[in-house]
Design a protein. Sequence first.
Lengths: 246, 246, 225, 265, 265
Amino acid sequence: MKATDAIIQIKDVYKYFGNLCALDDINLDISPGEKVVVIGPSGSGKSTMLRSINRLEEIDKGHIIIDGKDINDRDNDINAIRQELGMVFQSFNLFPHKTVLGNLMMAPMKLKKLSKNEAEKIAMELLHKVGISDKAHVYPKMLSGGQQQRVAIARALAMNPKIMLFDEPTSALDPEMIGEVLDVMVNLAKEGMTMVCVTHEMGFAREVADKVIFMDKGKIIETGTPEHFFSAPEHDRTKLFLSQIL
Amino acid sequence: MKATDAIIQIKDVYKYFGNLCALDDINLDISPGEKVVVIGPSGSGKSTMLRSINRLEEIDKGHIIIDGKDINDRDNDINAIRQELGMVFQSFNLFPHKTVLGNLMMAPMKLKKLSKNEAEKIAMELLHKVGISDKAHVYPKMLSGGQQQRVAIARALAMNPKIMLFDEPTSALDPEMIGEVLDVMVNLAKEGMTMVCVTHEMGFAREVADKVIFMDKGKIIETGTPEHFFSAPEHDRTKLFLSQIL
Amino acid sequence: SQTNITVASDATWPPMEYVNKDKTITGFAPELLAAMEKVSDIKFDIRNTAWDGIFAGLAAGKYDMIASSVSITDVRKKVMTFSDPYFEVKQGVIAKKGANIKSKADLAGKKAGAQIGTTGFLVTRKIKGVTMKSYDEIGLAVEDLYNGRIDVVVCDDAVAADYALTNEQYSKDLSLAFLLKSDTPEYLGFAFKKGASQDKLKLVNDALKKVKESGEYDRIFNKWF
Amino acid sequence: MADKSHPINIEVGDGAAIPVKKDKGLVNAWSISFFGAIGCIIYLCLVDPDMYWEVLKFLPDGILVTFQVTIASIFLSLIIGLFTGLGRISDNKIINTVASTYVEIVRGIPLLVQLFYIYYALGRFEFLQISELPSAIIAMGICYGAYMGEVFRAGIASIDKGQGEAARSLGFNKTQTMFMVILPQSWKTILPPVGNEFIALLKDSSLVSILAVADILRRGREFASVTFSYFEAYTMVALVYLVITLILSKAVSKMEERLNYYEGY
Amino acid sequence: MADKSHPINIEVGDGAAIPVKKDKGLVNAWSISFFGAIGCIIYLCLVDPDMYWEVLKFLPDGILVTFQVTIASIFLSLIIGLFTGLGRISDNKIINTVASTYVEIVRGIPLLVQLFYIYYALGRFEFLQISELPSAIIAMGICYGAYMGEVFRAGIASIDKGQGEAARSLGFNKTQTMFMVILPQSWKTILPPVGNEFIALLKDSSLVSILAVADILRRGREFASVTFSYFEAYTMVALVYLVITLILSKAVSKMEERLNYYEGY
Ligand SMILES: Nc1ncnc2c1ncn2[C@@H]1O[C@H](COP(=O)(O)OP(=O)(O)OP(=O)(O)O)[C@@H](O)[C@H]1O
Ligand SMILES: Nc1ncnc2c1ncn2[C@@H]1O[C@H](COP(=O)(O)OP(=O)(O)OP(=O)(O)O)[C@@H](O)[C@H]1O
Ligand SMILES: [Mg+2]
Ligand SMILES: [Mg+2]
């Protein structure tokens, strides 16, 4: 794979919070359609890396190139680039003042200038896909956590992004709801979406991941297939971590 | 035992919170020197009963007679009666603006008009007894939970009460601190103090209790020795409860 | 034996009474009082008091007398007692130069300003077609005139002349347009609480008379006007 | 300031005491004050109509002016406040400092001094030769804009950061995020203090009487200056203000209840 | 009111904007405003000493009076406020209602109207024939007492209920519990808003100038009424107030920091 084929290129990226080096010389290429799962202990920089891809964090050094465009280059419109990137947060972050449908229709209508009808059609399709079309006219706070997270995924998909970023999408959920969200993610993966997921659901990783990345202290320590991690992780740090979460 | 021997007499007591009957026809006599442990599920009225003995809750019907005086009779000075009753709370409730010594000396000096020297002498003796005389000049917030609770016990003892009331004194403590508080309570029991303890520490109950009372829904369901409760509780409700906590 | 009389004065009324740069209350009236002190056993203690409420304070007994350019009117006579007149006033109308206001008739449809409760205020509000605005201080009214928010200011002629003529800044723009004619002459007097302090009233009247007779009154008058 | 650095932060607003349901004392006090005030007005007018009824008849256009000033000023202050609030949270240092300095200065000078100052300073500029009512409104608006700015700031700060991030990650720019996602959510938090400021502003609007604007207080003083009935005039003025603010504070308390129980979201 | 029924409660105090450390914007703004104001004063006095230096020389005794009124009123209002606060949380219905009604009425009437009213109404009673400074102080004290009452009430309410129960169970009576256990703990919560009210009161004390109390504003107006230099006089008055309130707000912010970091307990 040539570097230029990659849809996400992370090159020599550093990010500091004060003295703390949250990202320490990160290099990573992700090809179109690839599914990457990021694991690592708390505070290792997983979220920071994911958020940097979306420029929710401003990096201090290096380059992040999405679909050929350097996102930190002032000439590139970051808002246009972000439309290519769907993001799903641990805490759902649905807009509480809009119905489920409103949440899904807002960005397509305002940003892609779709008509109300077009936006609603797309929204309803996506709600079908994530299995909660019956809740279209309900406000988010009436939904369970699992349902909210599925709406959040649908909302991100409504902008028809090329890449989906997930930051521990299931870790705020009660155990009985994790399955329904993972199912949606697995289907998405099967449809060929490029995905970067921070998650410790190793079943999910095994099922869909092309590549697993283990981070620690802001560095990428080890990269490999899921099988590699389950069977023969190289580094002691990785072994220790896996022994804790499995 | 004649009723008149009892140092605490609770007669036909009812207490309502709105429509909720928190104490439902409670009758209980406690003799001098007796140690009573009260158990029961959450919301069963244990705290309400204990607080009623101190008139921290005003009862709606019945009589509570401490050392011959009806505490709800306006002719009796409740503040004088309260001096006979030491109370220890789940949340310690030490006075944060006073040092440990200040906490112990305040009531004896202001209420019993002891001189500063006398009060300090008593306070230091009690701090020795509960094993934290080295913390005399420290403010409560510098102490661990277990230390705070021991100070709270010492503060109650400083008024030289005839009866000690404990409301789940160890349930706000980290496990490693429970022991140090229970030790103090066991010693107190051995010295012959009349004690009413709401606690689910069954080891403590077995060691010191003369009588265990099981409450449910505002009623006293079953009364007996600790052995009775461990070996042959009568009521289904009691059995169920004990199976949960043991 | 000395008689102390506390006097209220709204010292925002130059040149009749005002606070000078030394923070002392001065002007025509205070000098008149000083002259009266010299010819009698009275000791005046002048206190600066806000105009609005100056009569309420007199009624409440906070001071014995008001010396604050109070015109003697029938309405006022009902609630207070006046000394002999000490000054004759006319109501002067200040307007912008070139505003073409020359008589009472020109005031129709105009906005007029005056200090609340002064004769100027009482007279002007009775003129048909005039929108009346009342101010706490005459100076604020003149400033609003200068700034173009109102068309005329009505006040005692001596005060009007002072504002319109002696102040450099205002004299470029403002002028004393005309005097409001009234059927009966209007006099200023010292006001006392109704029914109280008759002895003090008499002392004041006597002293005023002496000052007038001695020619001292004219000397002070000429100094200020 | 809705400052979170203290464990408990007491702020007594300068509005009226809102009779919220859980404060039984105030609810009772509200009824006593309100019906007491109404009763007093009626009683006084019946017993001494020559005096009190005359005062009352003298006031209505003053009440109108008071409301005009209040309503216009609150609108102006809301607009100023919105920009100030946004400025106060802006990452742009210059904008932030300008907004903060505006707040610091306006809150550091007595309202009465500001009114005098703005009113007469505005008058000095030829092109601003506007009549007293607009000048008074502009002055009150500028003063209250600083307070409203803090209300907006706190309202915006009360919205979870995740909301903004979610909107940005969908591709909304900063302005869209603010106006389509943050502000629509923060009105629930902003509305009650705005109601409170409205009452405070209505009370403070009595200061414009010093600028010779013919509001309730001015009318009362004019009446008193002619009839020398200071006691009666001020009694009536106070009662009228009391009735008005009590009605408004009841309205604010109803609004707060509604907002609290509003189940839409 | 420190009302806990809302998830977030915004109250903008009527004091100055306290430059607390975490609000960088305000800290910068404070410096700009403060040194700016001082700079302005010096510059104006140097450039046009005939005017500005004269005004400035005219003000000092007014500043003294402003402080006298403020300090005396705040003491009076603290005493009234303590009793009001205790009354507002009292179980005794009559006391509670009286205290609440006092709060409701005082907060429902504009301060200026109250000042007029109390000043002239007090004057009606022969035995209350006191001069304007004490009357003004009494009036300000009564007005601010209601606000202070709410500060005390909130301060007392901020103390954990368990504290009172612990004291009562030791045998302290209600009064002893309040004065020996609750109030000594609540001063930490009460002090910052009292500091804030102090600044607010200092600003509002400018209203007593209308009663011809010779405070800063009055002195400025007197100067202006003689020299006709309204613009210059009010500029100086505003700057002097600004410098004073900024110094005080810095002091309050320092005090808050101290209280926050105070390790005693
Ligand atoms: N806004 C911030 N300011 C300061 N430090 C931050 C900030 N965000 C993250 N950090 C720090 O950066 C480091 C990396 O944080 P990050 O959230 O990326 O970790 P993570 O791997 O996602 O951990 P977790 O599994 O807990 O979510 C941590 O030490 C964290 O404390
Ligand atoms: N102040 C109060 N107001 C209203 N209801 C109350 C109050 N205090 C207690 N209750 C109710 O009275 C009942 C008895 O409460 P109590 O605190 O005595 O139970 P408990 O046995 O001590 O429970 P726990 O083990 O949880 O402490 C409960 O239903 C409780 O909700
Ligand atoms: Mg994370
Ligand atoms: Mg309990």
